[in-house]
Every structure is written in structure tokens, then in C-alpha cells.
Design a protein around this ligand. Structure first.
Ligand SMILES: [Zn+2]
Length: 357
């Protein structure tokens, strides 16, 4: 089964053995990150020989994968890493970061229930209840949380309770089971022993959590405490009213329970996202088929002979092409004889050269 009848081309030359090599661009591992895909300038187990052209010259390379196809494995490996390593950590960090974020939601008290502002002054320390009630009303209108103020004598609770907090808890549960109240209990000793032994406790119903963040609650408490310490400047009701007035506009703003954790976690996430993106870009870059391999052909010939195109003068491997790989010009098909395996066994004309000289 032969072929070729006539034609030109340079010929002549002899078998140059199996290790005929091109000007070799590829000595050793050209294989990206995947250790299973390998190319080499010399044959190795499981490899096949490919022919490609670069700088108008034929090059041969041995590879255990199809160099004309994108290497999929490294990308699959990247995806596995991402899904099982990066993504869970990033999701976890994001979860904890956004847990720090409190976006307030106004509490819907009761649609058909008139709001009652409880001000219960059992020890007669509140001077201007009207002004206090106004401040409490504004607080409710903004947040949907109903404030209540109760003042007691230390003796009402210090026999039965370890501290005011326990007492305030019981009062809150009994008096305000709607869980939408913000109860402030102020307690002091009525008997004047020359020392003002006062206590103050705030109880926040569970439903109020939607509107009042832990951070805002804490800030409110601190501000109230500071005013209550300055009894020469503020009466108890003034301290309460002014603290309500100060915090009413702030309560519904977004707050962070822990600013450091929030930004720290986001920063770690940004680094991980950057690392993931960088490795993905690098993996794709390495997995892509290099331009020079795109038109490569399998070349199992025992020996290769090089001819040159009559049109462009470019070098090509005889027996591998019907058209010039450089200019596309028709190649003379008649100058050689092939065996059934495609090996060139005879070259008629005499200016072909064995490749690699
Ligand atoms: Zn050509």
C-alpha cells in the first residue's frame, strides 16, 4: 500500500535510530501540578510520541497523556480541595463573623393592646415622672420594646434574694410575661444611714432581643450607671430619661457584638479567598493546552525524515502530512514509500534529510 508517485522534495538520508530528537524544548517534566501527566524528550513507560511544530521546525515529545487536550485532573483536584477544605472553613468563618452582626428589627408588641408604661416608684425617688414617661414612650415607638421603671427599697429583696438581678428576674417573669419589656429596677436604702447603697438592674425580655443588641444593652447600662453615680447632677428620673433619650436614636442601628472578631474573621476569609483564586488561576494556566501543542499529531513512526516545503521552505516530517503544516500548501505525496504501519521505508528523491542532523 503504497503511495506516492512522483514529486519532488529533498531526500536521502538514513535511519537515525529511535532516538531521533528534535531541537528539544522539553527536557523532562513539562507537566503541571498533576503528577500523573508527564511529558519528556525521551520515551518512558506509557508514553506516546507527538509531533508538533514550533518556529517552523518539527519537534517531537513523549507524553503519557494527550497533549492536545486540557489536563482535567489538576482542576478536579483543585475543586476537591476547594469544596472540602477552603469552602467549609470560609463558610464557618463567615458564619461566625456575621453572627457578630446585629441588625435590629423593631418588635411588634401587640396589635390590639394598648401599651402601658409602668412607672412604679415605691420609694419616692422619681421627681418628674411625666418627663420620664415621655422618654420611655419615644423609646417604645422607635424599638417596639416597652420600658418599665420600678424603684424599690433594698429591704424588699435583700432578705429573699442573693442579689438584685435574681429579684429583677422574678419581677420580669411575673409582671411582664410578654417578654417584650425592658425593665429597669432601681433600688436603694430608705433608712438614711449616711451611705447611699443603690443598685440598678435591667431585664430584657427575649422578644426584645430582636431590637436591642447585647452591645447596645451594655452601652445603655454603662451610660445609665455613669449618670446614677453623679447624683449631684442628675436625679434618678433624669438619669433614666436622659439615658433613654441618648439611646433611642441609636438602638435601631446595626451593631457588632465583637468588632475585633468580625473584622478578624473577614480578613482571614479574604486571605483564603485570595489564595483559592490564585491557585485556581495558576491551575487553569498550567492545565491549558499550550499554543504549540494545539495542532500536534501522534507520530508512531520508527524513524522520522525531514523534508522541506516547496512553497514556504518550512521543515516538516515526511509521511505525517498531506499539507504543509506551516503554509498549508499541498505536499508532494509521491516521494516516499510507507509500510502498512505508516513507516517511511523508502525515499525516492535525494534531498530529504534525516531529522536531527
Ligand atoms: Zn509550506
Amino acid at each position: 500500500m503504497p503511495h506516492s508517485a512522483g514529486g519532488s522534495s529533498h531526500s536521502g538520508g538514513s535511519h537515525s535510530g529511535s532516538s531521533s530528537r528534535s531541537h528539544s524544548h522539553s527536557s523532562g517534566g513539562h507537566s503541571g501540578s498533576s503528577n500523573s501527566s508527564r511529558t519528556s524528550s525521551t520515551p518512558f513507560k506509557g508514553s506516546r510520541r507527538y509531533l508538533y511544530y514550533q518556529d517552523n521546525k518539527p519537534c517531537l515529545i513523549y507524553s503519557n497523556y494527550d497533549i492536545r487536550k486540557m489536563k482535567v485532573m489538576p482542576i478536579v483536584v483543585w475543586i476537591i480541595y476547594f469544596v472540602f477544605l477552603f469552602a467549609p472553613f470560609m463558610a464557618m468563618f463567615s458564619f461566625f463573623a456575621f453572627k457578630q452582626l446585629h441588625v435590629p428589627k423593631k418588635v411588634t408588641y401587640y396589635q390590639n393592646k394598648k401599651v402601658e408604661y409602668v412607672i412604679e416608684d415605691n420609694i419616692d425617688v422619681l421627681e418628674n415622672e411625666k418627663a420620664l414617661k415621655k422618654s420611655m414612650k419615644e423609646f417604645y415607638e422607635k424599638t417596639g420594646v416597652v420600658p418599665a421603671v420600678i424603684t424599690v427599697d433594698n429591704e424588699t429583696w435583700n432578705q429573699d434574694y442573693k442579689d438584685l438581678e435574681k429579684y429583677a428576674y422574678d419581677v420580669s417573669v411575673k409582671r411582664f410575661p410578654d417578654e417584650a419589656h425592658w425593665l429597669i429596677i432601681y433600688s436603694t436604702n430608705i433608712k438614711d444611714n449616711g451611705f447611699d447603697d443603690w443598685h440598678c438592674e435591667i431585664m430584657q425580655g427575649d422578644r426584645a432581643d430582636a431590637a436591642i443588641s447585647a452591645k447596645h444593652g451594655e452601652q445603655f447600662n454603662e451610660a445609665l450607671y455613669k449618670r446614677l453615680l453623679q447624683r449631684s447632677d442628675y436625679s434618678v428620673d433624669e438619669a433614666l430619661a436622659q439615658t433613654f433619650d441618648e439611646f433611642t436614636p441609636k438602638m435601631m442601628t446595626v451593631s457588632l457584638d465583637n468588632t475585633f472578631s468580625f473584622f478578624g474573621l473577614l480578613f482571614v476569609n479574604a486571605i483564603m479567598a485570595g489564595g483559592a483564586a490564585w491557585t485556581l488561576i495558576d491551575t487553569i494556566r498550567k492545565a491549558k493546552v499550550p499554543e504549540k501543542y494545539k495542532k500536534a499529531v501522534l507520530c508512531d513512526l520508527n524513524a522520522v525524515y525531514q523534508g522541506s516545503c516547496n512553497f514556504c521552505g518550512g521543515a516538516y516530517i515526511i509521511g505525517m502530512h498531506t499539507e504543509c503544516p506551516h503554509c498549508g500548501g499541498a505536499l508532494p505525496p509521491q516521494s516516499y514509500v510507507q509500510d502498512p504501519q505508516g513507516n517511511v521505508i523508502h525515499i525516492f528523491n535525494s534531498n530529504a534529510e534525516p531529522k536531527g542532523t
